[in-house]
Ligand binder design. Structure first.
Ligand SMILES: NC(=O)c1ccc[n+]([C@@H]2O[C@H](COP(=O)([O-])OP(=O)(O)OC[C@H]3O[C@@H](n4cnc5c(N)ncnc54)[C@H](OP(=O)(O)O)[C@@H]3O)[C@@H](O)[C@H]2O)c1
Length: 229
């Protein structure tokens, strides 16, 4: 068991849960944050108490994230990396048909909670010349008609580039993970010909495990459905 420690938000399902599994397989310890305590407890039990800690809480609450990071550092002694991954979409696309209450919830989670993860983790990351990872999206790299969700991901890409410059001043790194469509509970229907959460988890572990001299600024991965047929 290694002693490098990774804090993950949105760890109860999809990309976050797959990343927890892949990171532990690669020798990391993980702190798991999401609102679903039962799912986090089950995942932590699967991964083992020496490797994983469930930290249930709401990522839109800065104090809850600071408390989770403090508990993780108290348990494992250090924080080397944080993955701001919690995010949500909306049921109504575009601006004219979009729902303002869903925009508020998306901004609160996809933007503000991501900032809270960076703010909560940064003092510990600085101590270890650590690594911040943010879940962006293919939707944050191109224009999609009226998409507020896509615009929250444009924020992630812009902020991630800015944070990479700030962290580089003291030897830290910041990576934006930018997947196309992934087969997760983000969607109501299965997407078997799209990326699997394990594919995105592998991209996270790739960025994490590069030597400190190599700062992977972005990993952009898309499904390749024609390869399956
Ligand atoms: N699926 C795709 O096609 C795709 C593509 C590109 C990017 N992404 C991005 O990937 C990230 C992960 O999404 P996913 O596809 O893995 O979907 P998912 O399975 O729905 O995962 C979303 C995670 O966020 C957590 N979450 C939601 N609200 C939260 C809150 N207030 N506080 C803490 N955690 C919260 C959920 O757990 P609880 O409900 O237990 O809180 C869950 O663990 C998101 O940022 C999404 O925008 C997804």
């Amino acid at each position: 068991m290694g002693d490098r420690t990774l804090f993950i938000t949105g760890a109860s399902s999809g990309i976050g849960a797959a990343t927890a599994r892949a990171a532990v397989a690669a020798g990391w310890r993980v702190g798991l944050m999401a609102r679903s305590r039962d799912k986090l407890d089950a995942l932590a039990a699967e991964l083992g108490g020496d490797a994983a800690m469930a930290l249930p809480g709401d990522a839109t609450d800065l104090g809850a994230q600071q408390n989770a990071v403090a508990r993780l550092v108290d348990r494992f002694g250090r924080l080397d990396a944080a993955f701001a991954n919690a995010g949500r979409g909306s049921s109504a696309a575009g601006t004219e048909a979009g729902r303002p209450e869903e925009w508020e919830a998306m901004v609160a989670l996809n933007i503000t909670a991501l900032l809270w993860t960076a703010k909560a983790a940064m003092p510990e990351l600085r101590k270890r010349k650590g690594h911040m990872l943010l879940t962006g999206s293919a939707a944050g790299r191109r224009a999609i008609a009226g998409s507020v969700y896509g615009a929250t991901k444009w924020f992630v890409h812009g902020y991630g580039a800015n944070l990479a410059e700030e962290m580089a001043e003291w030897g830290g790194r910041c990576t934006v993970i930018a997947p196309g469509m992934v087969d997760t509970p983000f969607f109501d229907e299965p997407k078997p010909d799209k990326l699997q959460p394990e594919d995105v988890a592998n991209a996270v572990v790739y960025a994490l495990d590069q030597p400190a001299r190599a700062a992977v600024r972005e990993v952009f991965l898309m499904p390749n459905p024609a390869a399956l047929g």
